[in-house]
Design a protein around this ligand. Structure first.
Ligand SMILES: Nc1ncnc2c1ncn2[C@@H]1O[C@H](COP(=O)(O)OP(=O)(O)O)[C@@H](O)[C@H]1O
Ligand SMILES: [Mg+2]
Length: 233
């Protein structure tokens, strides 16, 4: 059995009389420890897919099985614990708390977990050991995203979900963040899924899931993915 199994997954949003089918019959698998790139144009259903996998949105039909557990059947209470213990999230706009320092932002997440990493250690691991006492406003965009990654990793999640993590960053900083995510995946054996609209990122993935119009258009694997520091776009 694969680490993550998405089967015949659908999501329909109802807005009054109008129905929007954001995800239509998606099926794919991911193996433990893979670095996965989910790529597709804007509006193709990537965020909806990731939000369902991460327990931030309910499924309309179909199933999601993570590490042998059918998480799409979880009760609301179970979903709360699932988000808290099993999933790490990284967003485009970091979502840090402005009046807490870097280390306090990480502690905020680690305090609600069962077996967290030390917050300062997590920040050291992303190259921010010297920035523990800085507030988000005193950090660059790339540094703030590193804090957000440290915050997600400090939870020791089963799965790290990243929605356009380089979307707000300049070229070189974005590359450095991708390299950090790729190295984290390699060094810790953690399964990482990165959403992007940028096809150039495909070559650094172990597995590429191409999304179009709410469907999975194609799934491919790279036996020898490129290192993110060789990326150009
Ligand atoms: N909460 C929502 N309510 C209604 N429609 C939504 C909602 N979220 C997403 N959609 C629609 O679903 C489709 C897929 O959106 P999304 O998953 O955000 O795509 P992507 O992340 O690939 O840009 C879009 O047409 C979007 O407008
Ligand atoms: Mg999106």
């Amino acid at each position: 059995m694969a680490f993550l199994e998405v089967s015949e997954l659908c999501k329909t949003y109802r807005m009054g009389e109008v129905e929007v089918s954001a995800v239509r019959d998606m099926s794919f698998t991911v193996e433990r420890g893979e670095f996965v790139v989910v790529v597709g144009p804007s509006g193709s259903g990537k965020t909806t897919l990731l939000n369902m996998i991460g327990g931030m949105d309910t499924v309309t039909s179909g199933s999601i099985v993570l590490d042998g557990v059918r998480v799409s059947d979880y009760t609301p209470k179970e979903v709360t614990f699932y988000r808290r213990y099993d999933i790490g999230f990284v967003f485009q706009f970091y979502n840090l708390v402005a009046n807490l320092t870097a280390v306090e932002n990480v502690e905020l997440a680690s305090q609600i977990c069962k077996d967290p990493m030390d917050a300062a250690e997590a920040l050291k691991a992303v190259g921010l050991g010297h920035r523990l006492a800085n507030f988000p406003g005193q950090l660059s965009g790339g540094e703030q995203q590193r804090v957000a990654i440290a915050r997600a990793l400090a939870k020791n999640p089963k799965l790290l979900l990243c929605d356009e993590p380089t979307g707000a960053l300049d070229y070189e900083t974005g590359k450095a963040i991708l390299l950090l995510l790729q190295q984290t995946c390699r060094d810790t054996g953690r399964t990482v899924m990165v959403i992007t609209h940028n096809q150039a990122f495909e070559c650094i993935a172990d597995r590429v899931i191409r999304i179009h119009g709410g469907h999975v258009a194609e799934v491919t694997t790279n036996a020898h993915p490129d290192s993110a520091d060789t990326l150009e776009w």
